[in-house]
Design a protein. Structure first.
Lengths: 264, 493, 505
């Protein structure tokens, strides 16, 4: 009898299989990246891989270039996405709710296919496939990730706050900058994280959009990790990326994740 | 009849995993057919007690007997009790009929029996005709009735009600109170009712159990609880009262606000500090003509003339005292006045007559209306502490500076007793400014000062006397001057 | 006692009804009155404004029509130029037919300098062809192979040909010129090749037209307004102010949507033509749809679809089970434990695909597991489950914690209570978690790419990737994703309509 009660009251044990699974397939692999980064092919400890990275100008340059592209892309997404989210969420614009859905819908089309179609579109318009195309394509792929969290926070915002601000004498403009923008910051942060992280690590999109003329860090990692004897060097590059990701997610304070979950 | 009690709770304690006690040695006996209310502020452990009886929580120690049978560790689904939950807890995916029939279906009763019983229960709860409705389309009151029907349909021996009316609005609550009372009479089963609403408790129950901080403060009939509170907490929690620090001179003689009064309480001993409780409606007021107050013969003689005119005030040898009306609020049936004495004591008084602010008034109280209550703590906070190496004293999880002469004769590492007077603890608005930070936990107005209980973040209680106004839940910093920390030897026990 | 209550209830109800009815009546009447009055007052004004705006629309339409006809005429006279970046001479086989410059295209060849070596995919690559003399298109057949040599490697090129003009895909273009053929590589430095400049003209024209129309409108309206009374002018002005803001926002959003949907629209439109190359219209045809459904499409595509479905189902089902269990567990944990586990839960969500993919790849390498279907499924469960947990958890916390206890209280054993009370309440969360897992799995590229191994396992994503790297897309992908888009659109619209209806209730 008491056993039954025990099981009933200790439902927290139900998470154990999942925790075990995560330890094996999330934590252990991440640790392995570190292990591989510090070993050579035979499995001996070495720092040579790191030494190679710091003297490998192509890698460093690609890395910095990728960072720059990611920053640019995030900025563009924010500049384009914030107004869109605001227009959709604000009461006075009377945007139908379906609009928000329409912005998410393209994500159900495979992004590679969309990228190929973008390339085709550039061809039709006779535009060159270079940095511009890369930025356009990245922005195109990740814009919904910026719009949605901002839209979510703005929509959940208490409208009485805006009314209070107006009541206290703020005009539309002041109200926007002093009330709406600061209150939407959590959404902006998670949007930034959700756009920046995949952009900095992207590899397939850049390859398709520029016919492999522009190499991003992701492609570099892919090249090395899939080459058996350079796998350890690939692990170093992954570790560098992982550090960047860690820093970014620290900045985003994990808040982004719930937003992504609510996207459906 | 071997045992007249249907429920016996014997020395039950419930300790949570963080070490805090939700229930601390609680004992309670309930007779068959009784309507018992457990009353207390939120977080006092009343719901925990109910959940222990229902079986949702298992007591850490002590035992619970149902009809003389130990059920301390019996799972809820094997207990002959049913619960009405605070937020109804109806199954949202089932309609009204299936909600009520839930328990019967589990018992595998025949469909026609189920139908009959459900209909009867719904009729009992005045919810006939709602069988096919989805529960989320019902109003709060209707959901509450369904929840009651769902519980009583199983014909439990005991019905547990966990603040069932707290989510309803005032009007609805009053109606439901009457209905519940009638239901109790009709069913004839035991009701255990948890609430934080004293009016509800006094209206409904045969007996009231007042709880605070996991302990039972008083058990008694509603009239007992109101008229004869056994401690300051009950006096303050139930109804309104004037609570004053006083001193028992001898049996039937008490001193407070600097005057001696006759009373009817005995057995406190001689020259013992006590608390005095006077209900606001028990103080008689009469107007004193301005000139007479300043009379050479003293206010007593002067106002006798005024008093004699008032036939509603009892005549006799009562101790009288005087003051000025500060405020007067109309409360419907009566007026509520705050009267300040020249010595700075404030009294809350209710009277059918209006006394405008500024009026000089005389006051008296009959001996039988003076309720003497034992003081739970007096003047000093007592802690066990330890002298640290750097000449400080460590108690309640913090290190405090003390004066050197206090430390004289104590070795570092020695266990000592620390005394801090209630009066000499400073509370700061900003918690960072204090050596410790805590929260105002309980406020008692003692006529001319506030008696506060401060709970530190580590969970220790400090008593503070202050003239400053604080609110329940205020965050404060606690400062004690080195010279106010008195150190002595640990009492040998 | 009940009688008394019944009576009281009746009275209360009657009272309530009466009051409601009275209120209703009053309100209706008031509304009616108001409406009539407003109508009377405003009709004149509204009529005037309406006619004015009607004329505006007509004006815009006519201007647009004129402009369009002008530009479509001009377009036919445009000439094309193609600038080549770098040329590489290729020897043609004897049986390669002679091809000529088309009349329409003026080809200038010049040496553009260095270029990067070509990447080969499995020694087989596709080339965009070709400039054929009108009337001689049929001399080379689709899919003909020609041999060309590059740095002494023998490479087989498959000839792909456009029937009309050569389409510059900014890729490798095989240009045949008399006896010689050239493989062209176009680089970003040298920029655009043949520009379809007319599109810009159309855009410029449209803009100009819109501007002109607006100017006309304003002039016309100002003239009209002068005839209106001052009060009417004021209302009109206010109305316009409010609307302009509104239109601005709407315009922005629709423009953004237009850009977002342009590539997708391209895919959808070109799913109705047979051409192998996206962007090349060879007449309306449903052949691609037919191919897709009769399984005549590329064998690789068929197996990719099959694997995608299998992997998605396996991953979604297992992650839903695992995630729901985990969510219940996490919900019942104490704060500190819960914090740790939710952090663990968020790690795969924070990690970009490439990191998850690489780390799992390393794990499988280290464990010596052969990569294939099993590893891909595990990987997909890894990144799907956190989302299931996140969609079930809110249901749990929204659930009244007492309902489970209420079930116990009414005599249900914990297992019964779980089945009869908890599960029905968690169901929506589980379903949405399942759907989320499905879409994530289907859409995933990065993780699959690194964990699929080299055994030839392809999902749709990786299939598209390798296809695109080869330079073309299997045409049947277009109808496939058009169908997916339509299905998703229908589902979303349906969900939205239902939500709106429920909200109204």
């Amino acid at each position: 009898m008491s056993k039954i009660l025990q099981i009933a009251s200790s439902r927290r044990t139900w998470a154990w299989p999942y925790v075990l699974f995560m330890l094996l397939f999330v934590v252990l692999p991440l640790l392995l990246v570190g292990v591989y980064a510090f070993t050579d092919i035979e499995g001996h400890f070495t720092l040579r891989n790191f030494a190679k990275f710091f003297t490998h100008s192509e890698a460093i340059q690609t890395f910095l270039y990728s960072l720059m592209i990611a920053v640019f892309n995030t900025a563009i997404c924010l500049l384009i996405g914030y107004p869109a989210a605001y227009f959709m969420a604000a009461e006075d614009f009377k945007t139908p709710k379906v609009m928000a859905m329409l912005f998410i819908l393209p994500m159900w089309i495979n992004f590679l296919l969309r990228t190929v179609a973008t390339v085709e579109l550039f061809n039709i318009f006779g535009l060159p496939l270079g940095e511009g195309a890369l930025l356009f394509g990245l922005c195109y792929d990740y814009l919904p990730f910026m719009i949605y969290p901002i839209y979510n926070t703005l929509q959940k915002m208490d409208t009485s706050l805006v009314e209070a601000a107006q009541d206290l004498g703020a005009n539309r403009w002041v109200c926007f900058w002093k009330v709406i923008v600061p209150l939407s910051m959590p959404g902006v942060y998670s949007g930034i994280v959700m756009v920046f992280m995949p952009t900095v690590s992207t590899f397939a999109i850049a390859e398709l959009l520029t016919h492999n003329n522009i190499k991003l860090f992701g492609s570099l990692i892919q090249d090395y990790i899939t080459t058996t004897d350079l796998l350890n060097y690939g692990a170093v590059l992954s570790l560098v990326l992982l550090i960047i990701i860690g820093l970014t997610s620290f900045f985003g304070d994990n808040s982004s994740e719930t937003e992504k979950g609510g996207m459906i | 009849m071997k045992n007249e009690f249907i429920i016996e709770v014997n020395h039950v304690s419930k300790q949570f995993e963080d070490g805090k006690y939700a229930l601390d040695d609680v004992s309670l006996q309930v007779k068959k057919g009784e309507f018992v209310t457990i009353l207390g502020p939120s977080g006092c452990g009343k719901t925990t007690l109910l959940r222990c009886i229902a079986g949702f929580q298992v007591a850490s120690s002590g035992d619970i007997l149902l009809k003389g049978e130990d059920v301390t560790k019996t799972p809820p689904y094997r207990r002959p009790v049913n619960t009405v939950f605070q937020k109804y807890a109806l199954f949202p995916h089932l309609n009204v009929f299936n909600n009520v029939a839930f328990g019967l279906k589990l018992k595998k009763e025949a469909p026609d029996v189920i139908k009959k019983k459900v209909r009867r229960a719904l009729k009992m709860a005045n919810m006939t005709g709602y069988e096919e409705r989805k529960v989320d389309t019902l109003s709060g009151g209707q959901q509450q009735r369904v929840a009651i029907a769902r519980a009583i349909v199983n014909e439990p021996e005991v019905l547990l009600l966990d603040e069932p009316l707290s989510a309803l609005d005032l009007k609805m609550r009053h109606d439901m109170q009457i209905e519940l009372k009638e239901l109790h009479e009709k069913l004839g089963i035991t009701f255990i009712y948890v609430t934080h609403d004293q009016e509800e408790a006094l209206t409904l129950s045969d007996r009231v159990v007042v709880m605070n901080e996991g302990r039972i403060k008083q058990i008694g009939t509603p009239t007992d609880i109101y008229n004869e509170p056994q401690n300051c907490f009950v006096a303050d929690f139930i109804g309104e009262s004037n609570i004053l620090s006083g001193r028992m001179i001898r049996d039937k003689r008490v001193e407070f606000i600097g005057q001696q009064f006759d009373c009817i309480d005995t057995g406190f001993g001689e020259d013992v500090p006590v608390d005095v409780v006077i209900r606001p409606e028990d103080i008689y007021l009469w107007k004193v003509q301005g000139d007479n107050v300043l009379s050479d013969k003293g206010p007593d003689a002067a106002s006798q003339a005024d008093l004699d005119k008032e036939d509603r005030v009892p005549k006799g040898k009562f101790t009288k005292w005087y003051g000025t009306v500060q405020s007067c609020i109309f409360k419907g049936v009566h007026y509520e006045m705050r009267v300040l004495t020249p010595d700075g004591f404030e009294f809350l008084i209710q009277d059918y007559h209006e006394f405008l602010p500024g009026t000089e008034v005389g006051m008296l109280v009959k001996p039988e209306d003076i309720q003497i209550v034992k003081k739970e703590h007096y003047l000093y906070n007592y802690f066990e502490g330890e002298v640290t190496k750097n000449g400080k004293v460590r108690f309640i999880d913090a290190e405090w500076e003390v004066t050197e002469q206090q430390l004289a004769g104590f070795e570092p590492g020695e266990r000592v007793q620390v005394r801090v007077p209630f009066r000499n603890i400073d509370l700061q608005d900003y918690e960072e400014e204090g050596t410790l930070s805590g929260e105002v936990h309980f406020i008692l107005y003692k006529g001319n000062h506030y008696h506060l209980t401060i709970r530190t973040d580590e969970g220790h209680d400090l008593y503070v006397d202050t003239n400053d106004v604080w609110d329940d839940g205020d965050r404060v910093g606690i400062v004690i001057k080195p010279e106010d920390i008195l150190i002595g030897k640990l009492p040998n026990d | 006692m009940i009688d008394r209550y019944a009576k009281r209830n009746n009275r209360a109800e009657r009272l309530r009804n009466n009051r409601a009815e009275r209120l209703r009546n009053n309100r209706a009447e008031r509304l009616r009155n108001n409406r009539a009055e407003r109508l009377r007052n405003n009709r004149a004004e509204r009529l005037r404004i309406k006619t004015a705006s009607l004329k505006e629309y007509r004006l815009i339409l006519s201007v647009l029509c004129i402009l369009y006809s002008v530009f479509s005429f001009a377009q036919s006279n445009l000439t094309y130029t193609l600038r080549m970046a770098a040329t590489d001479e290729v020897e043609l086989l004897d049986n390669f037919p002679a091809v000529y410059e088309t009349e329409k295209v003026n080809i200038r060849l010049y040496d553009g300098g260095k270029y990067e070596p070509l990447r080969y995919d499995e020694g087989r690559d596709t080339v965009d062809f070709i400039f054929a003399h009108p009337g001689e298109e049929d001399l080379t057949a689709w899919g003909d192979s020609v041999f060309c040599y590059h740095e002494s490697d023998e490479v087989v090129w498959t000839v792909w040909r456009s029937k009309k003009e050569p389409k510059n895909r900014n890729q490798r273009v095989l240009v045949a010129n008399g006896r010689n053929a050239f493989v062209q590589y176009l680089h970003k430095e040298t920029g655009s090749s043949r520009s379809q400049g007319w599109i810009w003209w159309v855009f410029a024209g449209l803009l100009f037209a819109a501007g002109a129309a607006y100017a006309c409108l304003v002039v016309l309206q100002r003239r009209k307004e002068r005839e209106l009374s001052s009060v009417e002018q004021e209302t009109l002005r206010r109305k316009r102010m409010g609307k302009r803001r509104h239109y601005g926002a709407q315009l922005y959003l629709w423009l953004l949507l237009l850009v977002l949907y342009a590539p997708i629209a391209l895919i959808a439109v070109f799913s109705f033509t047979k051409s192998k190359v996206l962007g090349n219209w060879t007449g309306f045809s449903l052949d691609l749809y037919a191919n897709l459904f009769t399984g005549q499409a590329d064998a690789g595509l068929n197996s990719a679809i099959w694997y995608t479905v299998v992997i998605a189902l396996v991953a979604a089902v297992s992650s839903t089970l695992l995630g729901t269990l985990a969510a219940i567990g996490i919900y019942n944990m104490r704060a500190r434990q819960r914090k740790v586990v939710s952090f663990l839960n968020s790690v795969p969500m924070i990690n970009p695909d490439i990191i998850t993919g690489i780390s799992l790849f390393l794990l499988f390498v280290a464990l010596g597991m052969s990569q294939g279907l099993a590893t891909v499924c595990i990987a997909h469960v890894v990144f799907c489950t956190p989302y299931v947990v996140l969609s079930v958890l809110p249901r749990l916390s929204r659930m009244n914690p007492n309902t489970y206890e209420a079930a116990l209280d009414l005599g249900a054993t914990p297992a019964q209570a779980l089945r009869m009370v908890m599960l029905p309440e968690l169901w929506p969360g589980m379903i949405s978690g399942f759907i989320l897992a499905l879409t994530l799995s289907v859409d995933d590229f990065g993780v699959t790419f690194f964990t699929k191994g080299s055994g030839g396992l392809e999902t749709l994503s990786t299939f598209i990737y390798s296809d695109a790297r080869k330079g073309g897309l299997t045409p049947e992908l277009r109808p496939l994703f058009t169908i997916i888009l339509l299905v998703m659109l229908t589902v979303l619209v349906y969900i939205n309509i239902r939500a709106a209806k429920e909200e109204k209730k």
